[in-house]
Design a protein around this ligand. Structure first.
Ligand code: FAD
Length: 276
């Protein structure tokens, strides 16, 4: 089996301690020679400076980095300036998103990701490799399953190179989605997004917010660990490693890890997969 391409996602740290922790995690994960690291962008542009700052640091340190980007409440001019600063620095990847509007930011029209991809291609040609989001369990706002697949296709037709999925714990959802994508003429890579399991309450909170399904058996089992966080982590590592093995055997082209700025959970899974 070919070695899958891997990438690691961070969120921008809010404190100097968080930054030190992120960079330490990056150094550990860098040993696995990822294709790139990515850094999320706060809803509504709320982390613009923090994201840019840590993106530039990772780039200066010699690693490929993919800043996430969305319009939020910003003007086209502000978004173009931010992208230009990434281009000027020599950054070659972008994750283009619609994002969500945080409460309290008023009502802005969200700019869909296909429009952002088109804007980047129109202004920056082929400079960036553009990645977009995909949802094997379907985006919560989607009109229908087929419409969501259609809009993913529009992101590729606008010029995206690959997609990264929302996390999921049901490999069949991914395989079925890939079949539907193929039927819709999508032939670009759709990389599974992998969320290691380290904290039950946080995972439930995230999953409820983003529409990711936690199967009942998994929820019940995780709940049973109570305060035994080591037990939960060991179980989580086993479950997610098995998921990755299934995905790999079924032809998934790589893995994008939602690291939550921690190296160990991701390293544990990759070690189980024989990727070290
Ligand atoms: P879109 O592709 O625009 O789709 C949004 C919804 O609208 C879907 O239901 C789709 O079916 C529909 N749709 C798409 N295009 C159109 C159109 N042109 N007209 C009408 N309807 C349309 N959020 C953050 O805030 N920051 C991040 O850094 C971040 N990183 C992410 C990384 C990954 C890999 C993933 C999977 C998600 C990430 N998100 C992030 C979450 C993401 O921003 C939200 O899921 C958001 O609600 C949708 O973004 P999108 O780019 O998928 O939107």
């Amino acid at each position: 089996m070919p070695t899958p391409k891997i990438s690691f996602e961070f969120f921008p740290p809010k404190t100097p301690e968080g930054r030190v922790k992120l960079l330490a995690a990056r150094d550990q994960l860098a040993a696995l020679k990822p294709e790139y690291f990515s850094v999320t962008y706060g809803a509504g542009g709320s982390t613009r400076d923090n994201t840019r700052d840590i993106v530039m640091q990772i780039h200066r340190d010699g690693y490929a980095v993919a800043p996430h980007l969305s319009f939020g409440g910003d003007s086209e001019q502000a978004v173009l300036e931010l992208i230009q600063s990434y281009k000027d620095a020599g950054i070659r990847h972008i994750v283009a998103l619609r994002g969500d509007m945080p409460s309290g930011m008023g009502i802005h029209k969200l700019v869909n990701a296909n429009e952002l991809v088109a804007l980047v291609r129109a202004h920056f040609g082929d400079h960036f490799q553009i990645k977009v989001a995909a949802y094997p369990e379907i985006h919560p706002d989607a009109e229908s399953y087929q419409k969501d697949v259609y809009w993913l296709g529009e992101k590729f037709r606008a010029g995206a190179d690959c997609a990264i999925t929302q996390y999921f714990y049901n490999a069949d959802a991914y395989f079925y989605f890939m079949e539907q994508c193929a039927q819709a003429g999508i032939d670009k890579p759709v990389i599974p997004g992998i969320m290691p399991i380290t904290n039950f309450q946080n995972l439930v909170r995230f999953s409820d917010a983003c529409g990711a399904d936690i199967p009942r058996w998994l929820r019940q089992k995780m709940n049973g660990f109570g305060a035994d966080s080591d037990g939960l982590k060991a179980f989580g590592e086993e479950v997610v490693s098995r998921l990755c093995e299934k995905l790999r055997a079924g032809g998934a082209p790589g893995f994008h890890f939602y690291t939550m700025n921690q190296a160990e959970p991701t390293l544990g899974i990759l070690t189980n997969l024989g990727i070290q």
